[in-house]
Design a protein around this ligand. Structure first.
Ligand code: ZN
Length: 292
């Protein structure tokens, strides 16, 4: 059994370069099982998931990152959210019955919106036009624009109905005057020799040795990655608290309850008239009979 659904961080101790590798299987499968996505959308979600995990690992604080694609092409919208604890969730919308084509046709006139939301502090948003032929290169553009750090990213997937697999690698020059351009280029070049087959069959240690045996690499303890939705009945109730009470009661009268569907995990939360009154009076959740 491979050590999938883990994020590995490593450091090239003599080159002022850091690296990350993520491999996803269970967590990827969980996101795909929410809807019957066309294979092109599955591939894109896998790449977006791996990219989000890699970017989340660059966070130096508690919070989350979302990577969102919006386009005028067949892929309308795709988003993955990731927390600093590597809990990922995501969803995509697409146009039925159209040819997807390559990445740029699928995401025609598209943008990548990267939102970083620290638990404490200001939210940061970066927007990159999708102009490069792959998602990996578009994410590199983001780093060039926002952090001005030389970064190489590789993303790959294998679509298989029972065991889909996605992986990603990132190597990045460390900030500061000491960054060694030549060393970064050499390591980036070695990283580019990675492929999906090797990502799938080799242990993390063996993979790093295969790629970088001439370098000094320090590998840190891996971090678990999992699919986890942050929705809850209480959060849905909080979202309803801004809606007019009579409007909610009218829905209850017509349909029996107000229901909220989570777009990420398809959980359904329903609220009756007693719940609505409790939500509006600010006492929802204080009485055990109103929870679930
Ligand atoms: Zn959910």
């Amino acid at each position: 059994m491979q050590d999938f659904d883990q994020l590995h961080r490593y450091l090239f101790s003599e080159a002022q370069v850091r690296g990350e590798m993520v491999r996803l299987q269970e967590s990827y499968n969980a996101i795909l099982s929410a809807q019957s996505y066309p294979s092109e959308v599955q591939v894109l979600l896998g790449e977006l998931m791996a990219a989000t995990s890699l970017l989340t690992a660059t966070l130096k604080f508690e919070g989350d990152i979302s990577l969102q694609l919006q386009s005028q092409g067949p892929l309308k919208y795709a988003v993955i959210n990731g927390t600093d604890e590597q809990k990922l969730r995501g969803v995509a919308r697409w146009e039925e019955g159209t040819e997807f084509g390559d990445f740029l046709s699928m995401c025609k006139d598209g943008i990548l919106v990267i939102t970083i939301s620290p638990e404490k502090g200001e939210r940061y948003q970066g927007i990159v036009k999708l102009e490069k032929p792959s998602l990996a290169e578009c994410v590199e553009d983001y780093f060039a624009q926002s952090e001005q750090l030389a970064t190489r990213i590789l993303l790959g997937t294998e679509i298989n109905p029972t065991q889909p697999f996605a992986w990603g690698m990132l190597v990045q020059a460390l900030p500061g005057d000491e960054s060694d351009k030549e060393a970064f280029e050499r390591i980036a070049y070695l990283t580019e020799t990675m492929n999906t087959h090797e990502a799938k069959v080799l242990e993390a240690q063996d993979l790093l040795y295969r790629l970088y045996h001439q370098e000094k690499v320090e590998l840190f303890e891996p971090q678990e990655v999992e699919f986890k939705c942050s929705c809850s009945k209480e959060r849905s109730a909080a979202a309803l608290s801004g809606v007019d009470e009579q409007e909610l009661l009218d829905i209850v009268a017509e349909e029996g309850s107000v229901t909220m569907n989570c777009q990420y995990c398809h959980a359904v939360y329903s609220f009756d008239a007693i719940d609505v009154k409790a939500i509006k009076s600010g006492t929802y959740g204080q009485n055990s009979s109103t929870v679930n």
